[in-house]
Write a protein that binds this ligand. Structure first.
Ligand code: ZN
Length: 258
């Protein structure tokens, strides 16, 4: 079932100064982080927290087969808030938005029971056409209401499957469309855009040390098939789907280079 949850919300009064961890108060910049509960979006969340953003986190339930990622989100948020108390004050609301129509319309291996394979158009059949365009439109609407001028997403052109809506050029166009369409400046920040998966693991280490790496290994979910019964050194997953292969190979490359 689709669900909306605000378990991590705390009262936020728009326009009020926010107390920062260094004891100073100032008007904290706000960001909406597209947060699925996976490795990439968790790294992006840590990046936004380290930059000092006051963050609202947004996930989408579009009927994805790996919907287990949605139940991982709460564990990730809980673990970060527990292990990084200096970031705890920067959390705002957490929301899962139901988008069942996207799954129905997109007809992808991510939303239907079919084998993952390359399609005739040269893209894997896990491609959900326009997914990030839809996500960013909804995130932009929420950012408008939350007074946020920044969206943060884990899109990446470096280690990706050729999804055209992950390209920075697409996101530049979305940024412009959102800003024009809402007459409200919206920046789309993509801290992983030019990093491969090994560099994404390294980024987690830089942002939060071994504790953040362990949060990602233990609590985040990436596997397209939703497998969570076997833990590897890189986390849970089937180990064979394209998402698991990228995550595993990135972890191994990063580990070998440490
Ligand atoms: Zn997998």
């Amino acid at each position: 079932m689709a669900q909306c949850r605000q378990a991590y919300s705390r009262p936020v009064v728009e326009g009020q100064p926010i107390k920062l961890r260094d004891g100073m108060t100032k008007q904290s910049p706000r960001a909406v982080v597209l947060f699925s509960g996976g490795q990439d979006s968790t790294t992006c969340l840590a990046w936004a927290l380290a930059k000092g953003y006051h963050v609202d986190t947004l996930g989408f339930d579009y009927g994805q087969r790996h919907r287990v990622e949605l139940s991982c989100r709460a564990n990730v948020l809980d673990a970060i808030q527990t292990q990084f108390p200096h970031w705890a004050d920067q959390f705002g609301e957490d929301l899962i938005a139901p988008l069942p129509a996207l799954g129905v319309l997109a007809q992808s291996a991510l939303t239907q029971d079919q084998e993952i394979a390359m399609a005739e158009d040269g893209l894997p059949n896990t491609f959900v056409p326009g997914r990030n365009l839809v996500f960013l439109s909804y995130a932009g609407a929420w950012a408008y209401r939350r007074g946020a001028g920044v969206l943060v997403g884990g899109m990446c052109e470096t280690d990706y499957s050729g999804y055209p809506d992950c390209r920075r050029q697409t996101l530049d166009a979305m940024q412009q469309a959102l800003s024009l369409g809402m007459d409200h400046p919206i920046a789309v920040e993509t801290p992983l855009m030019w990093r491969d998966k090994a560099q994404t693991w390294a980024m987690a280490q830089e942002l939060g040390g071994a504790a953040l790496v362990e949060v990602i290994v233990q609590h985040t979910h990436t596997c397209y098939k939703g497998v969570r019964y076997e833990r590897h050194d890189w986390g849970y997953g089937c180990g064979e789907c394209p998402a698991c292969v990228l995550r595993r190979q990135g972890f191994q490359a990063w580990s070998a280079g440490r």
